[in-house]
Ligand binder design. Structure first.
Ligand code: PLP
Length: 441
C-alpha cells in the first residue's frame, strides 16, 4: 500500500518530468539515458533542470538534497566554481584540436604528486581507462588473463562481466551481444580469500588483478586487516600486476585509498569526479610498468595501438581536470566530507536501532551505506545475498518524495563539500518517516 501511495504521489508531483519523458520515448530507445528510476515502478523518470553544490532542482521546480551525486561523478558537488570558471575560460578557445594545451602537462604533474605514480594517460570514462590499462598490461606482460573479484564492476569493459555461480565462473547472463565466452580470459574469485587468490595465480597466465581496494558495486565490502598486504606479495610472487580502480574509493581521501593504506599498485584508474563531473578519466603506471609498456610499443609493428580515441585529452576535459586537482579536491574539502559522513553513519545507526532493524552500516570516507544484513559482508556472494531490490526501491522512492535523493544502486549515500549538517538531518528525518510508513500495518 505504501508503494502504491508513493508511486501515485510521485506521478502527481512531477507533471513536467512526465511530459519530457513521453517526448523522449518517441525517439530514444528505452527513453532517456540513465532511466534507472523506472526500476522503481514509477511511470517515468525524473528530469532535472539544474544542479548546484549539494542540490538538484528538478524539472517541476522541486529542490532535492542530493546524496547520490551522480554516483560519485559529482562527489565534489555539482558545478564546482573553479571548474565552472575553467570551462567558461576554455569555452571560446576551442575544444578538440587533437593537440594538447598547457593543461595536459600540468595535470600529469598534479596526478603524479597526488597519487605517487610517475606516468599517466587520459581517457574519456573510467570504463575506457580500465580497458586501456588492461590492454597495456597484456602487452607489457605478454599474458592474457585478467583476475577479478566476484560482484565487481569496473564499467562496461566486457572482460569483467563474469560471476561465480555455485562456485563456478560463468559469464553474466544479462550481458547482451557478446561474441565469445569471457571466462576463457577472466578468472573470478571471492574477495578476502587469500588461498583462492593463490590458487588462481598458480594456474598461470594472469596478467593482472583488477580490483577496487574496497568493493563498492555489490554493496560495500571492506578488505580484512592485512588482506591487501598479503595479496600484494602473492601477486608479485606470481609475476602478475595489481591495478587499483579508485573511481569510487577516491572518496576516502585526496590521494585515494591505496596510497593511504600502503598498497603499492602497479597501476591506478580514476574516473568520474577527477574532472569535477566533466567526462574524463585517467590511468597511471609505476615506473617499472611504464618501462615495460614503452618496450612493448617499441617492439610492436607501427600502426594504431587500439588505445586512445579522438576526443581523449580534449581541451575542455583538460581544463576541468586541472581546476579540479588544483582547487577542488583539497584537504579541506575532504575534511568536511569525512566528518559529515561519520555523522551521517552515526545517525543511520541510531535510526535503524530505533526501529530494531538488524541492518549493518558501513562508512568509507565520504560514502555511507546500510545493507540488509546484520554483519558486514566479507565478499561478493555475502553482499549479493543481502540485496533486496524491492525494499531498496521502496526506500529510495519514499526518500525522493520527501526531497532527498540517494544512489539508486544499494543504499549508498555520498556527501559533498557543500552538504550541510541540516541536510544530513533532513535525510535522517525522511528515512525515519519512510521506515515507519513501510512498517505500518
Ligand atoms: N570503475 C568503478 C569502480 C565503477 O564503479 C564504475 C562505475 O560505476 C566504473 C569504473 C565505470 O565508470 P564509467 O561508467 O564512468 O565509465
Amino acid at each position: 500500500a505504501f508503494l502504491a501511495r508513493e508511486r501515485a504521489s510521485f506521478a502527481r508531483a512531477n507533471p513536467r518530468s512526465a511530459e519530457l519523458a513521453a517526448q523522449a520515448r518517441q525517439h530514444l530507445l528505452f527513453g532517456v539515458p540513465l532511466h534507472w528510476m523506472n526500476d522503481w515502478g514509477t511511470p517515468f523518470a525524473l528530469h532535472v533542470d539544474s544542479a548546484q553544490g549539494a542540490l538538484v532542482i528538478d524539472a517541476d521546480g522541486h529542490t532535492l538534497v542530493d546524496f547520490c551525486l551522480g554516483d560519485t561523478g559529482a562527489m565534489l558537488g555539482h558545478a564546482p566554481a573553479p571548474v565552472a570558471a575553467a570551462l567558461v575560460r576554455q569555452a571560446t578557445r576551442g575544444y578538440t584540436t587533437m593537440l594538447a594545451t598547457a593543461d595536459a602537462a600540468a595535470v600529469g604533474q598534479a596526478l603524479s604528486e597526488r597519487f605517487g605514480l610517475p606516468f599517466w594517460q587520459f581517457a574519456l570514462s573510467a570504463t575506457d581507462a580500465n580497458r586501456y590499462i588492461v590492454r597495456w598490461i597484456r602487452a607489457a606482460t605478454g599474458r592474457q588473463k585478467l583476475l577479478v573479484f566476484n560482484g565487481c564492476y569496473h564499467g562496461t569493459i566486457e572482460d569483467v562481466f563474469v560471476d561465480l555461480v555455485n562456485g563456478q565462473p560463468a559469464q553474466r547472463d544479462s550481458l547482451l551481444g557478446q561474441v565469445h565466452d569471457l571466462t576463457e580470459h577472466t578468472v573470478v574469485i571471492e574477495f578476502n580469500d587469500l588461498p583462492a587468490l593463490e590458487a588462481a595465480l598458480k594456474q598461470g597466465d594472469v596478467a593482472c588483478v583488477l580490483a577496487e581496494p574496497v568493493m563498492t558495486n555489490i554493496g560495500m565490502v571492506l578488505p580484512e586487516p592485512g588482506y591487501w598486504q598479503a595479496a600484494q606479495v602473492l601477486i608479485q610472487q606470481h609475476g602478475a600486476l595489481l591495478v587499483m580502480d579508485e573511481t569510487h574509493t577516491i572518496s576516502t581521501g585526496p590521494g585515494g585509498y591505496a596510497r593511504a593504506h600502503g598498497i603499492e599498485a602497479d597501476a591506478l584508474v580514476l574516473g568520474k569526479p577527477v574532472g569535477g563531473g566533466v567526462p574524463c578519466a585517467v590511468y597511471g603506471m609505476s615506473a617499472r610498468l611504464a618501462e615495460r609498456a614503452v618496450k612493448a610499443k617499441q617492439d610492436a609493428p607501427p600502426g594504431h595501438s587500439g588505445i586512445g580515441t579522438t576526443l581523449t585529452g580534449n581541451m575542455l576535459a583538460m581544463a576541468a581536470m586541472r581546476a579540479t586537482l588544483a582547487e577542488v579536491m583539497t584537504p579541506a574539502a575532504y575534511e568536511h566530507m569525512l566528518a559529515l559522513s561519520a555523522r551521517l553513519a552515526d545517525g543511520i545507526r541510531q535510526t535503524l536501532a530505533r526501529h530494531a532493524l538488524p541492518w549493518c552500516v558501513t562508512q568509507m570516507g565520504a560514502r555511507t551505506e546500510f545493507q540488509f544484513c546484520p554483519q558486514a559482508p566479507r565478499n561478493g556472494s555475502e553482499a549479493g545475498h543481502a540485496l533486496d531490490g524491492e525494499l531498496e526501491h521502496l526506500i529510495h522512492l519514499g526518500l525522493l518524495n520527501r526531497g532527498v535523493m540517494i544512489t539508486p544502486f544499494h543504499n549508498m549515500m555520498l556527501v559533498c563539500p557543500q552538504t550541510t549538517v541540516a541536510q544530513v538531518e533532513q535525510l535522517l528525518t525522511a528515512l525515519d518517516e519512510v521506515i515507519s510508513q513501510i512498517k505500518a500495518p
